[in-house]
Write a protein that binds this ligand. Structure first.
Ligand code: XMP
Length: 516
């Protein structure tokens, strides 16, 4: 069986905010793409024998002191290279062309016109709408290069040495504002690099199963199941590969959402036939949290408790050699960019921080996948939609949504209100489409109300729903008033202890998504 990662594309990151997007666009063509820092060593870069390289954009100016340069070993491979924006300038500079600071920064939509027929822009319109974002521009191309397209602002909006398979483009083909950007990348990947479309969900699963079996042999593997998408898909993949050699541990912290522990048992034990150790540690967590109101203290207590409970369960299992984690590709890229370390321990439910007597080798079966690919693999492995499309949920769980003291009674009130909100969103398909994260928060505030003939004095729930792509910035979701009215009515009528519902209309920044 051939490795579907072989013969793909390597993307070298020069600091663009779009680098991961380039990789995803290439993978959409069923060709494997990997991202490395631009100064990564050649052995690492070439481990899967790529057919070509893409150089990302970046914030620098090529003549600036310390500006990243084209690594010379790339040219030695004689494989095709496509430089995007700063990548184009790095390529031009390295090959003896001249880059000049432009008078005006060009940012936003632009039109380019093809100068000569060429393989990069083949079968596309002669005039193309593209997205520009650059300061410098090419003044003189390197020897052997010619203009492939020009714009009002630049005679070299695209250039290339067709003979050597070296290309540069001033604009960003990876963003949706370049409508034919995918076709340009497609031309590069298939016509210029001669890649094969071998990267698919089925080929990934086949290959990953083989690699897991090879790594693990007859040994036992332990996995911490959080109920989140990544650990769920890692679990299903391991289960397919090694079945009864896998033991999953699920810790009920008491901070989970309504019906979650039962749902995890149903999905993994009944649905997937997995060996699942389910531990109810609710009382332990609650007693440690008694009287605590500070958010960071809540987080520390829950993190420590989680490790303690998990470690105790792990010690009860005999002869486990491996610990599996649902590390995914963005975690790998981010940690490589920041510290050059090759193995990543997820901070979420950080079982990587286990005590030293528990020493495991790591298995990370989905570390090559982007989130959308993780979801496709999960579906192909038979996981239900509500697991595969689950919204992110913080490690400390409802503890950071139960403002003030965390008690069992207050958690139950919050769980009910949260379940109603999510149920109403689900009915109009807004959990999966329309909101990226949506939940209820219980406030440490009482307010006066009236029900029937009686005055009430009860707690307040805030509803939070946001839209976002990356969770770094977010906007509050413009939910329909009728929907909000239904949710509010139901919560006040059905949840004892709540007499007022508010909707959070703060974006991030300045707010955060969670309230604590
Ligand atoms: P904020 O509230 O910082 O959240 O805008 C951004 C994303 O991170 C999640 N989040 C956490 N996840 N442990 C986690 O595993 C945490 O302590 C934690 N705090 C926030 C939050 O739900 C959102 O998706």
């Amino acid at each position: 069986m051939t490795d579907p990662r072989q013969g793909g594309i390597v993307i070298l990151d020069f600091g663009s905010q779009y680098t991961q997007l380039i990789a995803r666009r290439v993978r959409e063509q069923q060709v494997y793409a990997e991202v490395f820092p631009c100064d990564a060593d050649p052995v690492t870069i070439n481990q899967h024998r790529p057919n070509g390289y893409i150089l990302s954009g970046g914030p620098n100016s090529i003549y600036e002191p310390g500006a990243p340069q084209l690594p010379p070993h790339l040219l030695d491979t004689q494989k095709p290279i496509l430089g995007i924006c700063y990548g184009m300038q790095a390529l031009t500079h390295a090959l003896g062309g001249h880059v000049a600071a432009s008078q005006a920064r060009e940012y936003g939509p632009a039109r380019i016109e093809q100068s000569v027929p060429n393989p990069l822009l083949a079968d596309l319109d002669s005039v193309l709408q593209v997205w520009m974002s650059h300061g410098d521009r090419i003044e003189t191309p390197p020897p052997g290069f010619e203009s492939l397209a020009h714009s009002a602002n630049s005679p070299f909006a695209a250039l290339g040495d067709v003979e050597r398979g070296l290309y540069g483009i001033q604009f960003h083909p990876e963003v949706t504002h370049t409508p034919q950007g995918s076709e340009i990348l497609r031309n590069f990947v298939f016509n210029i690099c001669a890649c094969e479309p071998t990267w698919s969900t089925a080929s990934f699963i086949d290959d990953a199963v083989g690699r897991i079996q090879q790594q693990v042999g007859p040994e036992r593997v332990l996995l911490g199941l959080s109920g989140g998408v990544d650990s769920a898909v890692a679990a299903a993949l391991l289960n397919k590969a090694i079945g009864s050699q896998l033991t999953a541990i699920f810790v009920n912290t008491g901070m989970l959402r309504k019906d979650e522990p039962q749902d995890v048992a149903k999905t993994f034990r009944d649905g997937q036939g997995m060996i699942l150790v389910s531990v109810d540690a609710t009382e332990q967590f609650l007693s440690e949290l008694a009287g605590v109101t500070d958010p960071e203290r809540k987080r520390r207590i829950i993190g420590k408790q989680f490790i303690d409970v998990f470690a105790e369960e792990a010690r009860n299992l005999e002869g486990v050699k491996f610990l599996a984690q649902g590390t995914i590709y963005p975690d790998v890229i981010e940690s490589a960019a920041s510290s050059n370390q090759s193995k990543v321990i997820k901070s979420h439910h950080n079982v990587g921080g286990l005590p030293p007597d528990l020493h495991f080798e790591l298995v990370e079966p989905i570390r090559d996948l982007f989130k959308d690919e993780v979801r496709k693999v999960g579906t192909a492995l038979g996981l239900p939609d509500h697991i595969v499309w689950r919204q992110p949920f913080p490690g400390p769980g409802l503890a950071v949504r139960c403002l003030g003291e965390v008690t069992w009674e207050r958690l139950e009130v919050l769980r009910e209100a949260d379940a109603i909100f999510r149920e109403e969103l689900e009915k109009v398909d807004m959990l999966r489409n329309g909101t990226a994260q949506s939940f209820a928060v219980l406030l440490p505030v009482k307010s006066v109300g009236v029900m029937g003939d009686n005055r009430t004095y009860e707690e307040v729930v805030a509803l939070r729903a946001v839209t976002t792509d990356d969770f770094m910035t977010a906007d509050w979701a413009r939910l329909d008033y009728e929907l909000l009215a239904r949710v509010s009515n139901r919560i006040v009528n059905e949840v004892r202890g709540i007499n007022r519902v508010t909707y959070d209309i703060t974006s991030k920044p300045p707010g955060t998504i969670e309230w604590e």
